[in-house]
Design a binder for this molecule. Structure first.
Ligand code: SAM
Length: 356
């Protein structure tokens, strides 16, 4: 058994050096070899399993092949799988040629299911927890079970996998770095609108999940409460045949959904981009940026003084004109004779960031 990137593969004895590793059968062969030899053994061909451990596994959100080698190893190696809906998980296991004992765990039987899992862990089996799609405990069951099992002192190991929110975000082209995952909004319209009022001004991209039978009324509420100018990204049926990612203004989103009833079918992630920055936000961003640049060239005290002088000057101009005035190219760089640096594009950039 040799470790390759933290994973253990059964490597034939004749492999002695790094170039020999190229002769390891391709991934596909390894998977089929592993899945064909599925058993309850705690040591599988790829990943070493710890006995008496709960593994929380992310599973595909549509495309059955979106599953990691490590997830397949663990599903193959555990003694028991706790699944949200055993019929859904059975299809995934069958696709990957895994045969395994399963129990179902959902809101109505959670206490009994937890007891069965506890018993299996006590007997030294490892157990996998999966939901119908994506990552357990993310708008899905799992958190209570994990909490209980952890409190009992058993190890809980996450095996990362797909998640609809992150999948949508990764392809949305939103450059703002911060986001807030909200999940499902309330189903009742008055409660949903109240909730939207609460969150609409938060300075983050907001991520919502929505079901097909509520998508139209949800987007209609979003447009009414938040305003038509905000950008919405509708990510539908991700990783599936009819995958669609639509970027539009909220004002146009309802019309787009209504234009073709097929667009209201399937599963949805809604990404609401953050509200535009106010003049004060812009000013504070600018202050931080200025301070950062000054700190590269000056001692702390002097840098803070120069930055605050500059920002309060800008602030006075902004408040007297009622908006943020674009700063003139007179830069801190010129006033402090800061060094010049070349930008990656080859243009020369002053310490204030303005291109000269
Ligand atoms: N645990 C899952 C995860 O990690 O993303 C979420 C489960 S939640 C019960 C189901 C919701 O996730 C759907 O109503 C939809 O909003 C979103 N979702 C799941 N799969 C999706 C997909 N393929 N495309 C778009 N949204 C999806």
């Amino acid at each position: 058994m040799k470790p390759i990137g933290g994973i253990f593969y059964n490597v034939p004895q004749t492999f002695h050096n790094a170039s020999d590793l190229c002769r390891i059968p391709p991934v596909r062969t390894l998977i089929s070899a592993r899945t064909r030899s599925a058993s309850n053994s705690s040591m599988q061909a790829g990943t070493q399993l710890s006995p008496g451990t709960l593994y929380v596994i992310g599973t595909p959100i549509g495309n059955m092949r979106d599953i990691s080698l490590r997830s397949l190893d663990v599903l193959t190696g555990v003694g028991l799988i706790a699944a949200e809906d055993t019929r859904v998980t059975a299809r995934l296991l069958e696709y990957h040629s895994i045969k395994k004992k399963m129990i179902s765990i959902h809101a109505h039987n959670e206490a009994a299911a937890v007891m069965r899992i506890e018993r299996a862990l006590m007997e030294g089996y490892s157990v996998a927890l999966v939901t119908d799609a994506g990552t357990p405990a993310i708008s899905d069951p799992g958190a209570l079970m994990v909490k209980h099992i952890r409190n009992l002192g058993y190890e809980v190991i996450p095996i990362p996998g797909p998640n609809a929110a992150v999948c949508a975000l990764s392809a949305a082209g939103i450059t703002e770095p911060h986001f807030l995952f909200y999940g499902f909004l309330p189903a009742s319209p008055p409660a949903r609108r109240r909730e939207l009022q609460q969150v609409k001004s938060l300075p983050y991209t907001l991520i919502f999940y929505e079901a097909p039978h509520r998508i139209l009324e949800c987007v209609t509420d979003l447009a009414e409460v938040v305003g038509g100018h905000r950008e919405l990204i509708i990510a539908r049926e991700l990783t599936k045949l009819f995958e669609t990612i639509r970027v539009c203004q909220l004002a146009d989103a309802v019309q787009w959904l209504q234009a073709d009833s097929n667009r209201q079918r399937g599963e949805f992630v809604l990404l609401l981009t953050r509200p535009p920055k106010s003049a004060e936000d812009e000013l504070s961003d600018r202050a931080q940026h200025t301070l950062k640049l000054l700190l590269e060239a000056l001692p702390l005290k002097q840098a803070v003084k120069l930055a605050s002088d500059k920002v309060s000057r800008l602030s006075r101009v902004a408040s007297s004109s009622g908006r943020l005035v674009k700063p003139r190219p007179e830069s801190c760089a010129s006033s402090i004779s800061a060094p010049m640096s070349a930008s990656p594009a080859g243009r020369t950039t002053s310490m204030s960031g303005s291109v000269v």
